[in-house]
Design a protein around this ligand. Sequence first.
Ligand code: GDP
Length: 455
Amino acid sequence: MSTICAISTPVAEGGISVIRISGENAVNIAEKVFRPFTCESVGSMAGYTCAYGQIHDGDKTVDDGVLTVFKAPHSYTGEDVCEISCHGGIYVTKRVLRLCLDNGCEAAQAGEFTKRAMLNGKLSLTQAEAVMDTISAQGEYALASANLTRQGSLFGRIDKVTKELVKLLGELAAWVDYPEEDLPAVEESALRKSLQDALSVTGRLLADCDNGMLIKNGIDTVIAGKPNVGKSTLMNLLLGYDRSIVTDIAGTTRDVIEESARLGELVFRLSDTAGIRGTEDRVEKIGVELAEKRLEECMFIIAVFDTSAAPDDDDKALLEKVKSLGKRTLIVLNKSDLESAADEGFFKGYCENIVYISAKDPDDRSKIQAAAEKIFTPENYDADSTIFANERQRGCLAKAHRDLTAALEALDMGETLDAVTVMVDYAADSLLELTGEKATEAVVSEVFSKFCVGK
Ligand code: GDP
């Protein structure tokens, strides 16, 4: 395999830059461009050691820097790796890169170092994907989960169920293919139990994935309430800037306005909807219908009420609707700066999660955050089991779950063991694709195309 190089730090001015070289000629090439001051030669350096020295292009000094050497297989890629740290200027960094290319390296493709690590058995595909998740993590939860996946937790959980399925397939194949061998029959009840066990694992993994996606991609949230209770003001408070039109004319927000807001570790995909109330206005009616549809689809409802007035029929209708939907809900009793005409006990009858705020007071943003954190953590977030899967991983898992369900159904309907075997085979294939053990070149290329160059 060729020896590759790339700039592994951002191409921007900074303290230092790192140019990484990986491949069987890494040490030879580093020897040509780096003259160590602190040891005899690059070739004499042991793995996990570094040397201070000069980066040179023939007689010309390019920069002073530090060379770190990793020897195969104890390196990120599993190959010999040399990393040159030079001063972090854009020109000097590109100059060192060019020097490596001129001395025999090939330019690395996006994610090629990590791809080589995978091909050399240092990482599974899910662990490789978690490297990118670690780089792109925007908060503690995302980082903790990416770290767990990188350390192999997702791979371990999938691998266990895959091994069970492969063992089962072995038994089924032996029994179906060699009936004359007098092999012990595959007990239907034992087979059913194995399929049920596998299904419960894939079901649990899917639920953990969904929890992860919720935190990674944001919680689909609808801000609902009749007109003029302060929904748009609340939306602007949560966003930290004015996005929604705030007026005291009822029915101003007619379409659904969507934005993302981060409250602590939680990201909410907020929809500010038209005020829900009975109306004869044709345009407003469309807005109300859209708002009701969003209520049905969303994951979290923030129901807003104006505490300066006693609840009326529109408020009660919304409370009834929210209660019947049975979703995670926060009742916001707004306009707490005005004299209160609302009775908290009345609202408690519909939902336990209630917070008093004035959406006009920036300090009250933290009250919403505290209330939302109570609803979504900690029991709904478990760092050890939440999986920050991507769409590819979730797709493989969902397919395996469907195929296992079909296998169990085939068994229940008294179909031949052949039919059951085919479905179990599909399920095992999907799981092997997930971990990369049986992923096609196209799938692997697609995964690494999302990486940055130098990783
Ligand atoms: P929406 O129709 O539910 O989106 O309500 P808006 O956000 O447009 O607000 C309606 C009116 O109530 C505006 O005049 C806001 O300035 C006012 N308002 C919103 N929140 C508060 C609050 O906490 N206290 C007071 N006093 N007025 C508020």
